[in-house]
Ligand binder design. Structure first.
Ligand code: B4P
Length: 189
């Protein structure tokens, strides 16, 4: 099994690059952002709860995320070659719990961290906001999301680095160039 965690700030291209990895390696794609937006669109009780959290640029509580992830992993098809975790884990607590879930299945995950300068992140997200209709793609919320990223998600990189499972990638440049950089890392795993 090949499990890859795509980490990086909001707008670093996790969703964009996940599509290439899925196409190249046939992995299952779990975007926690998409999963949560699907819940919001369906107006489920969970969706109503997470809607205001995401709109404020905050992270959804770990217990909710872990329940969603546990269900997802338990229901993976037997033929799955591995998973690309897009935007998960976003806290060290989520990372520790994911490791336990994977260890239980005699698996592990490697992190690929997309590094993009802050000005570029803001520009990309504001551009996306012109068409995405996403409640969190406005300047005020983007700034909050970046703050949350530095406080809560950046420590996840150090967590995996200490385990020798961390790979940084330059996330600036064309989408194709970045995809080649990621492929080089995956090929070496
Ligand atoms: P996500 O949906 O994960 O979204 P993201 O971080 O905003 O975007 P991503 O990095 O995927 O960027 P994209 O490829 O689209 O999270 C949304 C919210 O959900 C979070 O704030 C949080 O509230 C909640 N959430 C999600 N997971 C959670 C968790 N585990 N725990 C708690 N809460 C959670 O790229 C952005 C734009 O840039 C696109 O328009 C793209 O076309 C463009 N782009 C990409 N690469 C480019 C390049 N190389 N050059 C120019 N433009 C590029």
């Amino acid at each position: 099994m090949l499990n890859i965690i795509l980490c990086g700030a909001p707008g670093s291209g996790k969703g964009t690059q996940s599509e290439f990895i899925v196409a190249n390696y046939g992995l299952e794609h779990l975007s926690t952002g998409d999963l949560l937006r699907h819940e919001i669109a369906s107006q489920s009780p969970l969706g109503q709860k997470v809607d205001s959290i995401i709109s404020k640029g905050q992270l959804v509580p770990d217990d909710i995320m872990m329940e969603l992830i546990g269900n997802y992993i338990d229901n993976l098809p037997a033929t799955a070659k591995g998973v690309i975790f897009d935007g998960f884990p976003r806290t060290v607590n989520q990372a520790e719990q994911l490791d336990l879930l994977l260890e239980h299945k005699h698996q592990e995950a490697h992190v690929i961290d997309l590094f993009v300068e802050e000005d570029e992140l803001i520009e990309r997200l504001l551009n996306r906001g012109k068409t995405s209709g996403r409640a969190d793609d406005n300047l005020e919320t983007i700034q909050k999301r970046l703050e949350v990223f530095h406080q809560q998600t950046k420590p996840v990189c150090a967590y995996y680095s200490e385990k020798g499972k961390y790979h940084a990638v330059e996330g600036m440049g064309t989408i194709e160039d970045i995809s080649h950089r990621i492929n080089d890392i995956i090929a070496a795993l």
